[in-house]
Write a protein that binds this ligand. Sequence first.
Ligand code: NAP
Length: 284
Amino acid sequence: MVPFPARPPNCRRALVDLASTVQRTRGGAVPKRPRVVVSVGASVDGKVALTRNALLMHQPNTDLWSSMTPEAPDSVAIDVIEVVRRQHGCNAILEGSGSLVAEDEIPDELPFYDGDADGLYNHFLPADVIEQQSPEHMWFTVVDSRGRVRWTERHQNWDALVLVARSTPADYLGYLRRERICYLVVGEERVELSRAVSAMATELGIRCILSTAGGGLNGALLRADLIDELHVTLAPALVGGLGTPSIMDGSPLAVGEPPTRLQLLSAQTDTAGAVRLHYAVRRS
Ligand SMILES: NC(=O)c1ccc[n+]([C@@H]2O[C@H](COP(=O)([O-])OP(=O)(O)OC[C@H]3O[C@@H](n4cnc5c(N)ncnc54)[C@H](OP(=O)(O)O)[C@@H]3O)[C@@H](O)[C@H]2O)c1
């Protein structure tokens, strides 16, 4: 999980609601779906967290997790965002709500939305946010059909993009509009991931998405056959624990359904015992 680098306050200008039929591609042509690269840090037994509901962004979890990887002069750690930016022009990070809000957490209550709720269920892409981006601009995208994430940070060159569904509470969509946070309505009961990544390309010209999510979202991307590459950095440690999030969770394979095969692109080790693996998904 990467912490959200916040964005500068946006100037207050007129909103533009764009229907999903509007094709917003920078070069004019409709791009195919963006490349999806997953990057994850795990223990050797494949766990990506210490226990369920212990978010890595909170202490003491952050320090305990870091302590699994001792410093090494020849560390295998890389800045994956920079790598995928250079390799694939990646301009969006993808996170699940589970990286930011624990399942047992009750988010702050939001004011009741007393306007026309129907109008909320269109993509919200205000012109002053989407049309004033620098070449370094990145989208910090979060899947959040239940409207659980509260947005408190803003950083230069980053904007938040929330993927929601028609089931998302109107109060939450009203809150995102008040905060001028972009969202795409891409699903009925929950976010349909293939529809979401296609909309990210057609509505916002996103070319490549780096998922830095936990096992729930990565497992759902896997089942939707949306993963093209995987970077895994293994820490020389074991976590254990049934139910602790792992690299790929989500629904199990159906009986007789084949696992997803990978092609190793690179492997590195360091003197601290960490291992960095880079794979491409084999589709043939
Ligand atoms: N080690 C690492 O590299 C790393 C990286 C990230 C996170 N983490 C840790 O991992 C833990 C979180 O992992 P997690 O598995 O609980 O959370 P998660 O990966 O965030 O999974 C939950 C998210 O996936 C979405 N989702 C799940 N199934 C879906 C489906 N079939 N279709 C559409 N969306 C679907 C959920 O959507 P809704 O919100 O719409 O329900 C939610 O946004 C935390 O402890 C975090 O700190 C570790």
